[in-house]
Design a protein around this ligand. Structure first.
Ligand code: PEP
Length: 249
């Protein structure tokens, strides 16, 4: 199983020329590692077509769940597929928080991504308040099960669906989750998937960690906390730092 490293550029950078510059630099840096590691860049949707001819894989940061129609401002799974996306991030906490995405909407998006034969990266994570109140496990279980409601074992298998643990309090804060805590959550997520589907499904699934990953802490999440990949925001816009992360894991 290749370690999966996903770059989430969020709403950055501000120009296509800068997007190309960062993309090309990452592509150059990542080239020698592409046998053992899978690198995916999720730029803003408007840049996808301009970056589609490159070597590195592309992903969408979000999608709507219908393929076409009167949904002003949305981007559909069919359009992402057309722009050569192989992965789509679904249910990122910024989508859930700022754009009121519910578990039901996340579920529809997961199904629409799978229907277009792309791989969903399902993001789950608790707020700092939920963590303090000891509700982390309950929140994660609810998010995972709701997102995968009526998603068959076959679809999970075929799509290569991944689950990313992204504690909201760790995203963009410089305060990454302690490794032992992340490892406990990784085991919990595996158990949730194993109980819903089967042990082989959970063993073959890639679980990612995201939240203030940098070149100093990246290795811990793979080697100690036993995640099979990383979802990286801020550091993925800095080609040297991002390449260092790819190299170290
Ligand atoms: C993210 O946006 O998913 C993320 C993990 O961001 P950062 O790496 O900046 O914490």
């Amino acid at each position: 199983m290749k370690t999966l490293i996903i770059a989430n550029w969020k709403m950055n950078p501000i120009s296509l020329s800068e997007a190309k510059r960062i993309f090309n630099a990452i592509e150059k840096g990542a080239k020698k590692f592409n046998k053992e590691k899978e690198v995916v860049i999720c730029p803003p949707a408007i840049y996808l077509f301009s970056l589609a001819k490159k070597q590195i894989k592309l992903g969408g940061q979000n999608t709507f769940y219908e393929d076409t129609g009167a949904f002003t401002g949305e981007t559909s799974p069919a359009m992402l597929k057309e722009s050569k996306c192989q992965y789509v991030i679904v249910g990122h906490s910024e989508r859930r928080g700022y754009f009121n995405e519910t578990d039901e909407i996340v579920n529809k998006k997961i199904k629409s991504v799978i229907a277009k034969k792309m791989t969903p990266i399902l993001c789950v994570g608790e707020t700092s308040k939920e963590r303090e109140q000891g509700k982390t496990k309950e929140v994660l279980k609810r998010q995972v099960l709701a997102a995968l409601k009526t998603v068959s074992v076959q679809k999970v298998k075929e799509s290569g669906l991944c689950v990313a643990y992204e504690p909201i309090w760790a995203i963009g804060t410089g305060n990454a989750c302690p490794t032992t805590e992340a490892q406990t959550i990784g085991i919990l997520l595996q158990k949730i998937i194993s109980q819903k589907y089967s042990r082989p499904i959970s063993e073959n699934m890639r679980f990612l960690y995201g939240g203030s990953v940098n070149s100093k802490n990246a290795k811990e999440f793979i080697e100690e906390a036993k995640f099979q990949g990383l979802l990286i925001g801020g550091a993925s816009l800095k080609p040297t730092e991002f390449t260092r992360i790819i190299r170290t894991v």
